[in-house]
Write a protein that binds this ligand. Structure first.
Ligand SMILES: *Cc1c(COP(=O)(O)O)cnc(C)c1O
Length: 379
């Protein structure tokens, strides 16, 4: 049996090696390492896939969030609302730009930002909402967009974990994650659903003026070479990564399907476990299972992790410490117990291995061992 890994990029590469190697060789031969034609080709292909008017590559998913907030012209002290249960990058760039991160609670079932909590947190200084499409499914965008319209706010969708997921509106219309708000951002970190072989990221928007501004900010605020209209950053998607991503984009839906098969298998296998809540699938979103994150109810998580580790089964905890309890983000606005759902999730969630390369044998091994460890937990 193959070694069990959280992600298996080696086997994935092996299956597309001929195509990827050829794409890399082409870039090496051309030596157009920065702004080569593959960057535009990938941006255009991703835009077509997403149904977005503009896709602008950048250096990573954190930069994408930062560039989005720079392009929207926020001033120090402006408030940006985001989820208390997310990866640090989301809040980090808000703080870095001297804006005020306003954390709000998440839905206990889908783990995504709670629209009612957003509305309650709005003040005259609020400028934007940053929903995070956590673990592979969309935040509840329709009510979020309604709140944004009512209060005249921007919506920046952090799509780092859910590229390719579909969101369904009440009238049956559907949109790809990241294309509903003012700007969508994503990451091509190797382990993400669309991962490159290094760092990479992108922004999506349907607004022509904003797209131009984003491109300018990502390139030193430069409109024409050596003419700087804005303070910008140096954040590019390099040609090699774009060439690799252009190959992998063709497989993105197939990859999501493979991940879903793993999730379906786990869901079915764990259905009878009383102390385990398998991932709830939102009614209005497809799930691309960036992570398979379940909840352990009243079980000793560390003991379970240790026993699984002994069987050669890695697990992860996304995320163990809520943002408002992190040293860097502590704030007197947030008392202990400020976000009981987030705090309880941080204590109870567990992510099992899920990737595009699972065989039936490995899947059964993980599921059988998980069931046995849970059933013998505390004994
Ligand atoms: C990965 C991730 C990011 C950051 O992406 P990088 O490319 O690592 O900078 C931002 N937000 C979320 C939710 C992520 O999962």
């Amino acid at each position: 049996m193959k070694e069990i890994r959280m992600v298996d990029l080696a086997t994935q590469y092996d299956r597309i090696k001929v195509e990827v190697d050829a794409a890399i060789a082409e870039v090496l031969t051309s030596t157009k390492f920065i702004k080569g034609p593959q960057v535009k080709s990938f941006e255009d292909n991703l835009a077509k896939y997403l149904g977005a008017k503009h896709v602008i590559g950048c250096a990573n998913g954190t930069d994408a969030l930062q560039i989005a907030m720079m392009a929207l012209g926020y001033q120090p002290g402006d408030e940006v609302i985001t989820a208390s249960f997310t990866y640090v990058a989301t809040a980090e760039v808000i703080a870095l730009l001297k804006l005020k991160p306003v954390l709000v609670e998440v839905n206990p079932e889908t783990f995504t930002i709670d629209p009612a909590a957003i509305e309650a947190a709005i003040t005259p200084n609020t400028k934007a909402i940053v929903p995070v499409h956590l673990f592979g499914q969309c935040a509840d965008m329709e009510p979020i967009m309604k709140i944004a319209a009512k209060h005249n706010l921007h919506v920046i969708e952090d799509t780092a974990q859910a590229i390719g997921a579909d969101y369904f509106f009440a009238d049956g219309a559907k949109s790809k994650a990241g294309t509903i708000g003012t700007i969508g951002t994503t990451s091509f970190f190797p382990s993400k659903n669309l991962g490159c072989y290094g760092d990479g990221g992108a922004l999506f928007t349907n607004d022509d003026t904003l797209a131009k501004k984003i491109r300018m900010i990502a390139n030193h605020g430069q409109s024409v070479q050596y003419v700087h209209d804005e303070i910008g950053v140096n954040s590019r998607l390099d040609t090699l990564q774009a060439a690799i991503l252009d190959v992998k984009l063709k497989y993105l839906d197939e990859y999501a399907q493979s991940r879903r098969k793993v999730a379906d298998y786990y869901d079915k296998a764990f259905a009878g476990l009383e102390n385990v809540t398998t991932p709830v699938r939102a009614k209005n979103s497809t799930h691309v299972f960036h992570q398979y994150t379940l909840k352990l109810n009243g079980l000793n998580r560390e003991e379970i992790r240790k026993k699984l580790e002994e069987k050669g089964i890695p697990t992860m905890v996304y995320y163990p410490i809520p943002l408002h309890e992190q040293k860097a983000y502590k704030d007197e606005r947030y008392k202990e117990g400020a976000f009981p759902i987030t705090e309880s999730l941080c204590e109870s969630v567990l992510s099992l291995p899920i990737h595009t390369e699972f065989g039936e044998e490995e899947l059964k091994y993980v599921a059988d061992n998980f069931i046995s460890v849970v059933n013998n937990s505390g004994k």
